[in-house]
Design a protein around this ligand. Structure first.
Ligand code: SF4
Length: 306
């Protein structure tokens, strides 16, 4: 009896999680017009939790969507030592989805060109990007779908702010840097925590991502640690940051390109977005924590990140 109740509870939790991921993916697709009727979506599958979740969710949405679109899963086998070649074909066959495994030995190129001990990721990802664009063109794909999620987008924003001097994140939809493709990120509204739990529950056959022997990007790791600390210490903060990314006020930033400060003139009409002079900023109360020591603690944490 006890076991049955535990099982039922587990199933209920899983259903809720699956529904949330599907709902959030559908919402992002709709909000950013990611998929159109008769699109052919090339889903980039690395063998990690995010891309498995993306493929699984898009396959579900294809079944229930009122429009027609096709999916083709593509994996790039970069010939890293120990890459388990059989895992993805086996999984994809069983799923019954169209797929293609592209084999290109970028591993040897990277090892050849980059001196021992130097970071290999930028050349490796440049090569990968080129191959995936070429593949999308050959397959006639109209969209390229990537498995980045909400937390990747937040991390990227802080990386750009802390190390790049730019207020810029990872877009949910954008044209590729060669101008030839539309890249979409349907998991833009999904939390990494949810994806990790879903991937575990679905027992996706995960391929480890450290086969190339490269160290994890230290700066990204630092940002991740900072955000995880904030999430534990100040519940709601990550949600507030992500909400802020969807609610930008160019007139309250300092970018002349984004807002025409030259054209500012008194209109005599009251406006909510007008300057409030010396008033303290007002906040959305749902994001304001009760902890009064928060400001000083977070300032300390930021200095520890550098
Ligand atoms: S971690 Fe390895 S496979 Fe991934 S981009 Fe860097 S070098 Fe390439």
């Amino acid at each position: 009896m006890q076991t049955e109740r535990t099982e039922a509870k587990k199933q209920y939790g899983f259903n809720k999680l699956q529904k949330r991921i599907r709902r959030e993916t559908g919402k992002a697709i709709q909000q950013f017009s990611m998929i159109e009727h008769n699109d052919k979506i090339m889903v980039c599958l690395s063998g990690g939790k995010d891309s498995y979740t993306l493929l699984d969710t898009l396959m579900y949405l294809k079944r229930v969507a009122p429009i027609h679109f096709d999916i083709i899963a593509v994996n790039l086998d970069q010939k890293q030592p120990g890459f388990p070649e059989h895992v993805l074909p086996q999984y994809l066959e069983q799923l019954g989805v169209d797929y293609e495994i592209v084999e290109e030995d970028t591993y040897s190129i990277v090892k050849d060109k980059i001196p021992e001990g130097k970071t290999t990721c930028s050349l490796c990802s440049r090569l990968r990007r080129g191959i995936l664009y070429k593949t999308a063109k050959r397959l006639g794909a109209t969209k390229i779908a990537l498995g980045h999620h909400r937390d990747d987008m937040i991390e990227t924003m802080f990386l750009n702010m802390f190390y790049g001097g730019k207020l810029k994140s990872m877009p949910p939809k954008l044209v590729s840097d060669n101008g030839e493709h539309v890249v979409i990120r349907p998991l833009a509204f999904c939390r990494e925590k949810d994806i990790a739990r879903y991937s575990e529950a679905m027992a996706f056959p995960i391929i480890p991502c450290n086969l190339c022997g490269s160290q994890e990007n230290l700066q990204r790791k630092n940002i991740k640690t900072m955000l995880n600390q904030w999430d534990r210490q100040f519940p709601g903060r990550i949600e507030s940051i992500f909400t802020a990314m969807q609610s930008v006020t160019p007139s309250h930033l300092v970018d002349n390109e984004l807002f025409n400060f030259d054209a500012v003139k008194a209109t005599g009409v009251e406006t909510e977005e007008g300057d409030t002079a010396f008033d303290a900023p007002s906040f959305n109360q749902s994001f304001v924590p009760e902890d009064t020591e928060e400001q000083s603690t977070s300032a300390i944490q930021i200095t520890q990140i550098a």
